[in-house]
Design a protein around this ligand. Structure first.
Ligand code: DAH
Length: 339
């Protein structure tokens, strides 16, 4: 029995010697010290010993046990340390290494000016709302007083998804969607993409952007329309801008007008920028047609409103002196980097 104990001690020492990872170490611990381990197996036979032998063997067994225990603890500490230094080695970061440059993106010029326009209207108490780009004919046309046979449909070459669904040709349907879901007082702008089946050239694109505006309340008049839009233009183009309203026609407003800004370049004399006109057309506007209010269940006897819609691309082209609208959509960094 004594030899058996000593052999266990030796075997444990050898196993620990060659052990190199924590899992293996644990297996060794279980093998020698565990409840079903070799040492326990021996101790279970102690009962067979004589009264003189028992304390001697007992003491030896305890010695062997504590030797193995401390050897296991020692090995465990060594392995932990090794593991730590390996980890430190692997996670080593050379803080003196030069960094990799991350190029900054920039806001697109359309976004820059769109944000500016939103800010101006937010400052005047407007909310920003949005509507779907794939729109029902019902909202894009019918509810805006443009029935199926209306000539205004011809001026907006429409992409039809099917008979009842179109790619919206204007942001005006958001007026209707807003009036259907909100009650006056309403004061919103709605910027977004619109689509028309136009051939691409320097001033046309099948996808472009509009900003719609709508105000509905009791006692809203043409004077509110003119005042609001004049302030807007002065905030956008500077206090010395001069505007004029020209009578026009839109099916969803009555009366309707177009707003022109005096050419900044020639101050009304006529030049290349304004194509000799002296004025530059900026947006369409008017008093919301009573039929449109009625369509949205708003009583035109009680409420009135004004609306406007402008194209974003032209505003941005003028702002940055860009002469070809295609540049906005080509994603050429040599162009986009300039803003
Ligand atoms: N939706 C018109 C267009 O695309 C622009 C417009 C004109 C919008 C007058 C309006 C408005 O809200 O009152 O040509």
């Amino acid at each position: 029995m004594k030899t058996a104990l000593e052999n266990i001690g030796k075997a444990a020492a050898e196993a620990l010697q060659s052990c190199s990872d924590p899992k293996e170490l644990d297996a060794i611990r279980v093998r020698f010290l565990g409840k079903k381990g070799e040492l326990t197996a021996i101790l279970k036979q102690m009962g067979k010993l004589s009264a003189e032998e028992r304390p001697v063997i007992g003491q030896l067994a305890n010695e062997v046990r504590s030797r193995i225990e401390s050897a296991v603890a020692e090995k465990s500490a060594i392995l932990k340390e090794e593991q730590m230094s390996r980890q430190l080695e692997e996670e080593h970061i050379d803080v003196t290494m030069p960094g990799r440059k991350q190029p900054y993106g920039k806001a697109h010029p359309l976004t820059l000016v769109m944000d500016e326009i939103k800010e101006i209207f937010l400052g005047m108490g407007f909310d920003v709302v949005s509507g779907p780009e794939v729109e029902y004919d019902h909202y894009n046309f019918e509810m805006l007083n443009i029935p199926k046979d209306h000539p205004a449909r011809d001026t907006q070459d429409t992409f039809y998804i099917n008979e009842n669904i179109v790619l919206r040709t204007q942001t005006s349907p958001v007026q209707v969607r807003t009036m259907e879901t909100r009650r006056p007082p309403i004061r919103v702008i709605s910027p977004g993409r619109v689509y028309r089946s136009d051939a691409i050239d320097a001033t046309h694109s099948p996808l472009f952007h509009q900003i719609e505006g709508l105000v509905v309340d009791k006692g809203v008049t043409m004077a509110d329309l003119k005042g609001t839009l004049e302030i807007f233009v002065k905030r956008l183009y500077g206090e010395d801008s001069v505007v004029r309203f020209r009578p026009h026609h839109f099916p969803f407003t009555e009366p309707s007008a177009e707003l022109d800004v005096m050419c900044f370049n020639c101050h009304g004399k006529g030049c290349r920028l304004c194509k000799g006109e002296g004025w530059i057309e900026l947006l369409g506007c008017g008093m919301v047609h009573p039929k449109v209010l009625q369509n949205c269940d708003i009583d035109p006897e009680e409420y009135s409103g004004f609306a406007f819609g402008m194209g974003l691309e032209r505003v941005v082209m003028r702002r940055f002196n860009i002469d070809d609208l295609r540049l906005f959509y080509e994603n050429d960094l040599r162009f986009l980097d300039q803003f």
